[in-house]
Ligand binder design. Structure first.
Ligand code: FMN
Length: 340
């Protein structure tokens, strides 16, 4: 067992609180678009449906969702992280959608942090994902990493690929050789599904094929156009990292590529900010659509605030469904997508 110094523990925790503060106070979004402005759904001038009949329920990895939405990994490890996770989870439970906790690295360094990621008391039935950075797989035994899932009663584990962010952090991990084999070994040992996710630079079709061959059961695109982690970390370093602030595959482009490359379920995330973009992503092949940054401020307030924000997105999604004449998610998937 690796024993961490208390210094290391507090570095991980204070970094998480720094990230929250920066995301709440600064402009941390890409200047470039998520790519959905170049995607149109074929309008139906005569939909022949009742808006009130629209049913958005779906299934993802064996679990029923009332809406095809997912609250992306944000936080944990600190008292503030605990409050945020509970508010997000309670909103997810009320709406019948899924959620991921933030990186559980703090739990690997200090088991006492477990409670800050534990949300089953407020969200007993949601699809819940644990989370750890791919670079951490170099340092910890597979069994310790997989224990993170059981500790919070999650349904699966997201492995985040955040190479641009690590590059922008002074203390970041620059040693990525062998990580693919670590992911493969983890998938081979895991009884729960392993999901690969980016954090805002996107996953290519080619990489998604390799990840699926390694045993990954779903891909969360997390493309460019929303939160830029290089921008976030630029506020924590004296180094000039501006040359990579806009680095990454726009979400819509990554989604088209991945959907054309693999059969596993896809979560589309990265700069999704309204229900029309959600509709476009589903028509392009996403099973679920995820958001992080827009839910952060509401999550610092209350579960009610998170729920209200998501209800607005749901209502916008229903508008888009009405305008394409889709009564349910299966019909939305068949709508013609036009690319500019
Ligand atoms: C404050 C904050 C903290 C985040 N922490 C994590 C994390 O610990 N693990 C992870 O996989 N992604 C993390 N993300 C990335 C999101 O899960 C998501 O992939 C990314 O922000 C793109 O979505 P967005 O544009 O809707 O924010 C975080 C995002 C935010 C805003």
């Amino acid at each position: 067992m690796i024993v961490m110094s208390s210094d290391k523990k507090s570095v991980t925790k204070s970094r998480k609180d720094d990230h929250i503060r920066i995301c709440l106070e600064k402009n941390v979004e890409f200047a470039k678009s998520n790519g959905f402005d170049r995607v149109e759904l074929e309008h139906s001038a005569l939909p022949e449906i009742e808006r009130s009949d629209i049913d958005l329920s779906t299934r993802f990895m064996g679990k029923k969702f009332r809406y095809p939405l997912f609250i992306e990994a944000i936080t944990g490890g600190t008292a503030q992280g605990e409050r945020i996770n509970k508010n997000l989870a309670a909103a997810a439970e009320a709406l019948g959608i899924g959620m991921g906790v933030g990186s559980q690295r703090a739990m690997l360094e200090d088991a006492k942090a477990t409670r800050t990621y534990s949300v089953r008391d407020v969200a007993p039935s949601i699809f819940l994902l644990g989370n750890i950075g791919a670079a951490q797989l170099r340092k910890y035994d597979t069994s310790r990493v997989l224990a993170l899932v059981d500790a919070i009663k999650a349904d699966g584990l997201a492995i985040h690929l955040n190479v641009a962010q690590e590059l922008a952090q002074k203390e970041g991990d620059k040693s990525w050789k062998g990580v693919f084999d670590d992911i493969k070994a983890l998938c081979a040992k895991s009884k729960v599904p392993i999901i690969a996710k980016e954090t805002g630079c996107g996953i290519s079709g080619k990489l998604s094929e390799a990840l699926v061959s390694a045993g990954v059961k779903a891909i969360d695109i997390a493309g460019a156009g929303g939160t830029s982690w290089v921008k976030v970390d630029s506020h924590r370093t004296d180094d000039d990292v501006s040359h990579i602030e806009e680095w990454g595959i726009p979400t819509a482009r990554a989604l088209k590529d991945v959907a054309g490359s693999v059969e596993v379920p896809i979560i589309a995330s990265g700069g999704i900010r309204n229900g029309v973009e959600v509709a476009k992503a589903i028509a392009m092949g996403a099973s679920l659509v995820g958001m992080a940054l827009p839910l952060l401020k509401p999550a610092t307030e209350s579960s009610e605030s998170v729920r209200k924000h998501l209800e607005k997105i749901i209502s916008q999604l229903e508008d888009a469904m009405f305008l394409v004449g889709a009564r349910n998610v299966s019909e939305l998937k068949k709508v013609k997508v036009l690319y500019a």
